[in-house]
Design a protein around this ligand. Structure first.
Ligand code: ZN
Length: 397
């Protein structure tokens, strides 16, 4: 009996000792959260801009086409609560019905929904097709080249999802999902992750997950290589399913005790988003949003670690996504709403970097594909290692 008591006491002490780093991490996340809310409150807002900025999500699923049991009312509430202006839905195809037509299309509350599909090709490549089509299921019988030719003839986008598995790099795809929230969530350490969620998940849900984000080096390298051949867009995909979770006890009727959903829509739609620009006064519609994505007039904002709204990267009258003669451009201008470190890349190589608040300018060095990554050094590691902002390029020809 005495041995048992001793053993239990030691086990208890070990269990408590294991928790110490996670309790300390919760304290650290609290400090980061304070810095973020202070910087959000003191953001510089520019009013002389020629654009209206809209925040959106690309790549989201519901119960249609499987992999999720989330319903439309959850999706609408989540999108509205997260304050997103549009969601590009990418339902899996079905042989029996048109999932892109049956998913949400049109405006619900403040959010515009655009029905699209996630499709496969005979070459084993996977794309987000936006807008979607009744032919989504049959595209899997066509080659990647044939699928993309068809999509372009029909004015649809063909965006690479899961670039790590993609093969047809010479095909005429429109963009690359360089950062996937879903893929990042799956990379969370299976042993330490649950303790972080236990201690910090309720108080700081965004930061608890964002601390595992890392710069997507391999995908950005692929983008940098491909974008030197032609204009392309980089984007973040949410791949929201609202289906990652666990429960302790349950029965076959679906009654669950301690049922915790780790990725409700309001949460995943607040983490990593695309910020598109439309000329001032242009209404946000399915066509204007698709055009902005096609032309790369947007940037990726990891809004989980601070509101990125208002970021600009421009050259004279040109903005990210645009192509302009190099001879006309002496400098590239960047505007950041809070103090951060701005890194300029040319053809994928870092050519300059500077701490900045508000507006700064970089000298150009001739024709090339220029893009910007912005880092929040003030938040410390690991947050300072993940780009807070990734812009689409300006192409100087
Ligand atoms: Zn998906």
């Amino acid at each position: 009996m005495r041995y048992l008591k001793k053993f239990l006491l030691i086990a208890l002490a070990v269990l408590i000792a294991i928790q110490v780093p996670f309790i300390y991490r919760r304290y650290q996340l609290g400090k980061v959260a304070e810095k973020i809310s202070a910087s959000n409150a003191s953001r510089i807002v520019r009013t002389d801009d020629k654009f209206d900025e809209y925040v959106g999500i690309i790549h989201a699923h519901t119960f249609l086409g499987g992999h999720s049991n989330a319903k439309f009312d959850e999706l609408i509430k989540g999108a509205n609560d997260a304050g997103v202006d549009f969601v590009m839905m990418t339902e899996h195809w079905s042989d029996d019905y048109d999932t892109s037509a049956l998913t949400l299309n049109g405006k619900y509350g403040r959010t515009l929904f655009i029905g699209g599909n996630e499709i496969d090709t005979a070459d084993g490549d996977r794309f987000l097709m936006i807008p979607g089509s009744a032919e989504a299921a049959s595209l899997r019988k066509l080659s990647t080249d044939a699928v993309l030719a068809k999509l372009h003839a029909e004015h649809r986008l063909g965006l690479i999802t899961y670039p790590e598995r993609y093969k047809s790099w010479n095909a005429s795809f429109d963009g690359i999902e360089v950062f996937s929230l879903h893929t990042s969530a799956k990379a969370i350490n299976k042993f330490t992750g649950p303790f972080d969620i236990l201690w910090s998940g309720r108080a700081y849900p965004q930061l608890t997950f964002a601390q595992y984000f890392r710069r997507p080096d391999a995908n950005l390298a692929k983008f940098d290589e491909a974008s030197q051949k032609r204009r392309l867009t980089l984007f973040t995909g949410t791949d929201a399913h609202s289906n990652i979770g666990f429960h302790l006890f349950g029965d076959d009727a679906g009654h669950k005790l301690l049922d915790i959903k780790l990725d409700p829509y309001a949460f995943s739609f607040s983490m990593a988003r695309v910020h598109i620009l439309l000329p001032k006064g242009t209404p946000l519609t399915r066509d204007s949003a698709v055009d902005a994505v096609k032309s790369g007039r947007f940037y990726i904002g990891i809004d989980a670690i601070g509101d990125t709204s208002g970021f600009r990267f421009s050259a004279n009258e040109s903005i990210y996504g645009d192509e302009t003669p190099a001879a006309n451009v002496q400098q590239l201008e960047v505007f950041v709403p809070v103090t951060s470190r701005v890194v300029l890349l040319m053809n994928g190589a870092r050519v300059d970097e500077r701490p900045a608040t508000g507006e700064i300018a970089f000298a150009t060095s001739g024709p090339g594909v220029y893009r910007v990554e912005v880092y929040r050094d003030d938040l410390g590691e690991p947050f300072s290692q993940m780009p807070w902002i990734m812009s689409n390029p300006i192409y100087l020809r």
